[in-house]
Write a protein that binds this ligand. Structure first.
Ligand code: GCW
Length: 724
């Protein structure tokens, strides 16, 4: 046998990949793309027979990424070398439809006509003369997604016989929003600093950027807004545009577009103008030129996200203009290049309104149908702010002539931040499946977002990223599951969380039911657990001030009343809760009639939103048979107990989990147990000063007096908004 230098290098590289794989302790860096060797010999060999050859029709940077990924994944999982044999009859055959008649013949007309942009088809073809796994798509991004799907089948030990999988994404823009500042900090980030090293860009390309793009592409994310919505106009300086271009260049070969946040006052700060009035011709000209400059560097630039007239951010209202004027002005600058504006609906004015939850609806509904075609209104899932549980935002279903996109928060600002295990998929799913009743029963939020309810072309979804410089990306290991779940629901908002958790656990931990089932159960129950120990029965916004870490139901002194906790829980000697019914703030009236009927009556209002919509007397008898005060105590205690159950369950997994990873998660779960008890005891001690009732004697009593909980302070809590 003649060993050429090239084949020797290739073999050495192969050995290196295999050995690195088996030596390292599990530090979480590889996310769900672990590609561990398949230990079951029979299964591995059955895959190997079908997959050890790759042939791609055509080439492009995205197709190269797909091929590279198949190579890495198959080499690791099969422990065998993968050849690019130019063999078309055997193994993986991939391509974009419409580019080679030879390839096109492999696909039926029916399949061809059902495939949509970015979708993929995965089929097996077996005959005497051929044995192929075909990955086909209408564009190269679809081929990349199909390649990841094939690798996932193997990671999940599924059969690849008689394959016929076709998937099309249901939402067009599937974005991550990074609240990353140019100084490297991350607002509400609990996984270290920003992964974008602006200082060293554009020259230094951290290999992380590539792995970031791979991970996102593997779940179908096709856009990244790399800067904070509390925006900095510096990003529009020429040198920063070049830095952004360097990131866009990395993302491109993974089908990911780059977007930026636009500070509304940029024409003043970067352009030296006296005004940022959207109707001023000079202002429009500045934006037109700036946008043209960006597109010169980044031809596939996605567009802008804008937070305007919200929490001190500049906006059109400063010039007596409105959201429509502001959004359309930017949309006009972007339209010639195919760019879009995502204008956020997270607004509440500086004059305190009677009920902050009503404001976005009041400000936006009058403009329905008046935004340009390339504008999306980006709406948070609930009307307040990413609470552990909120009813859906009343805007969903209320603006049929406007493209509304969903904004979820993947980072856990209000759900235990960097430590608690809370499977967010359940929360996302709850929101997406809630009925708006906008067009009668069944008008669920997912249908608003995917455009099917109102026949909208431009559709989108955004998730506020939880990624940072932590070696495992998300700090808390289970944060990876939230990133994964967000991507999956962005691809298909009708998926079930159990299915998503199953996929993630199989790829991240193991296919062994002894490991799989308990972890899926932990993920599935944890969100409800968190709601119980933080904000049961519809309570909300009762966390510590500014950093939002830990309980702070007593917070009453802030520059605005609607930043305090007392504004939201309204506890007094009579009872607790925010009356948002017709007799109260009337926020409930912003929803459809059927929705109103569900919640309007204290007697029949589902318990999870009781205190969201009603001010309820302490001794009010609930459907559970308990009076309100007792129920509150039971729920807090149950939540704290369930947090402990998570730890107990985790401990049973010790024999099956990598030691480093096991301990990492165990330590975080211990923090969660401690903090769940802290939430419970602090909140009950405080609310007790109003209810004047005993915590039922069978329950553990608070460890400390209320003053102790009130005295705690955390000046260096992570993720706080920086002051510019
Ligand atoms: O929830 C609040 C956060 C702010 C955030 C704001 C927003 C980026 O506490 O940190 O600012 O929402 O969504 O704009």
């Amino acid at each position: 046998m003649i060993i050429t230098q090239k084949s020797l290098v290739k073999t050495l590289l192969f050995c290196l990949i295999i050995s690195i794989n088996s030596l390292k302790a599990e530090d979480g860096y590889r996310l769900w793309l672990k590609y561990d060797k398949i230990e079951n010999d029979q299964l591995r060999k059955s895959y190997e027979k079908k997959l050890t050859n790759i042939y791609f029709y055509g080439t492009s940077p995205v197709l190269e990424s797909a091929k590279k990924e198949l190579n890495i994944g198959l080499t690791r999982m099969l422990g065998a070398e993968i050849a690019d044999l130019k063999e078309k009859k055997k193994g993986i055959v991939a391509g974009v439809i419409g580019q080679s008649s030879e390839f096109d013949q492999l696909i039926s007309d029916h399949d061809k006509s059902n495939l949509k942009s970015e979708g993929f088809l995965l089929i097996s073809k077996e005959s005497k003369s051929s044995n192929q796994i075909i990955i086909a798509a209408k564009d190269d991004i679809g081929v990349l997604y199909g390649s990841f799907r094939l690798l996932k089948l193997l990671q999940m030990h599924e059969s690849i016989d008689e394959l016929h999988i076709m998937e099309n994404p249901k939402i067009k823009l599937r974005l991550l929003n990074h609240w990353d500042n140019l100084d490297g900090t991350v607002e509400r980030g609990y996984a270290g600093f920003s992964i974008w090293n602006w200082h060293q860009l554009p020259e230094y390309i951290d290999p992380r950027y590539i792995d970031y793009a791979r991970a996102n592409a593997s779940i179908g994310i096709n856009g990244a807004v790399v800067t904070n919505v509390n925006a900095n106009a510096l990003i529009f300086r020429a040198d920063y545009i070049e830095k952004a271009k360097a990131l866009a260049d990395v993302f491109r070969s993974y089908g990911i577009k780059l977007y930026l946040t636009a500070r509304f006052s940029s024409p003043i700060e970067q352009g030296g103008l006296k005004t940022a009035d959207p109707l001023d011709p000079q202002v429009q000209k500045w934006w037109n030129e700036k946008v043209a400059e960006i597109y010169k560097s980044i031809p596939d630039f996605g567009g802008f996200v804008v937070k305007a007239n919200s929490e001190g951010q500049p906006g059109p209202q400063q010039y007596n203009r409105n959201h429509e004027d502001g959004a359309n002005m930017l949309a006009d600058a972007l339209a010639p290049f195919g760019g879009i504006v995502m204008w956020r609906a997270f607004v509440y004015s500086s004059e305190e309104p009677a009920d902050r939850s009503k404001q976005a609806y009041d400000e936006f509904v009058p403009h329905d149908g008046k935004f340009r075609k390339n504008v999306l209104i980006q709406v948070k899932n609930g009307p307040i702010d990413f609470m552990p549980r909120e009813p859906i935002h009343p805007l969903f279903g209320a603006m049929p002539q406007t493209s509304l996109m969903m904004e979820f928060q993947i980072t856990k600002e209000y759900l235990g931040q960097g430590t608690h295990l809370v499977g967010l998929s359940k929360m996302f799913e709850e929101v997406l499946k809630t009925d708006t009743y906008a067009k009668g029963e069944g008008s669920i939020v997912a249908k608003v977002i995917d455009g099917s309810l109102d026949n909208r072309e431009l559709t989108g979804i955004a998730g506020v990223s939880n990624i940072g410089t932590a070696r495992n990306w998300t700090g808390n290991f289970f944060g990876q599951a939230d990133w994964y779940a967000y991507g999956r629901l962005a691809w298909d908002p009708y998926l079930n969380s159990e299915e998503i958790f199953n996929e993630w656990v199989k790829m991240t931990f193991s296919n062994d039911p002894k490991v799989l089932n308990p972890i899926v159960e932990m993920l599935s129950t944890s969100r409800e657990t968190c709601v119980k120990y933080m904000t049961p029965l519809g309570l909300h916004h009762i966390m510590g001030a500014n950093h939002h870490y830990g309980p702070g139901p007593w917070v009453s002194q802030m520059s605005r009343a609607d930043w305090t906790s007392v504004y939201y829980h309204k506890a007094d000697e009579k009872g607790i809760g925010f009356d948002r019914t017709k007799e109260g703030s009337q926020a409930l009236m912003q929803y459809q009639e059927e929705f109103i009927d569900l919640y309007k009556d204290m007697k029949t209002c589902p318990l999870e939103f009781l205190l969201w919509f009603h001010h309820v007397p302490w001794d009010y008898k609930l459907s559970t048979g308990n009076i309100l005060w007792d129920e509150l105590c039971f729920q807090y205690h149950q939540g704290s107990k369930e947090a402990n159950d998570l730890l107990i369950k985790w401990n049973t997994l010790e024999p099956f989990i990598d030691k480093e990873l096991f301990n990492n998660i165990k330590m975080h779960l211990r923090i969660q147990v401690k903090e769940a008890k802290w939430w419970r005891d602090a909140c009950l001690s405080y609310f007790q000063t109003f209810s004047k009732m005993e915590i039922p004697p069978q329950l553990e009593q608070p460890e400390h007096k209320l003053e102790y909980y009130q005295s705690l302070n955390f000046p260096y809590s992570p993720g706080i908004r920086p002051r510019w």
